[in-house]
Design a protein around this ligand. Structure first.
Ligand SMILES: [Zn+2]
Length: 102
């Protein structure tokens, strides 16, 4: 009681933040391309994206296809889709890693 919660190093805090972002995502997603169950979802920092609650990408171990898991308002999801298309063109969901819009 009364003991201040110790804050870890910057690295530990980053891990914490990542864990929180990861916790907002589903346990697994199904590959959009081959239907494989993917448990390794890389969370994305969505702080700069208005209306987005969570976003992550899972790279399929079988076919290397990227499957996105996103959660947010319809408006935010539409913007995110646009962002992916602008960044990666037609290959939006099958290649590349999205970066936070600037
Ligand atoms: Zn796949």
């Amino acid at each position: 009681m009364g003991e201040a919660k110790r804050r870890g190093s910057l690295e530990a805090r980053t891990q914490d933040a990542l864990a929180r972002l990861r916790a907002a995502l589903p346990d697994s997603v199904k590959c959009n391309n081959c239907g494989a169950e993917l448990h390794e979802i890389l969370p994305l920092d969505v702080q700069g994206m208005e209306g987005m609650r969570a976003a992550g990408v899972a790279v399929c171990t079988l076919c290397s296809h990227d499957t996105w898991a996103v959660d947010g308002t319809p408006d935010a999801l539409r913007k995110f889709q646009q962002f992916l298309e602008e960044e990666h063109g037609g290959a939006a969901v099958s290649s590349g890693v999205a970066r936070k819009p600037t």
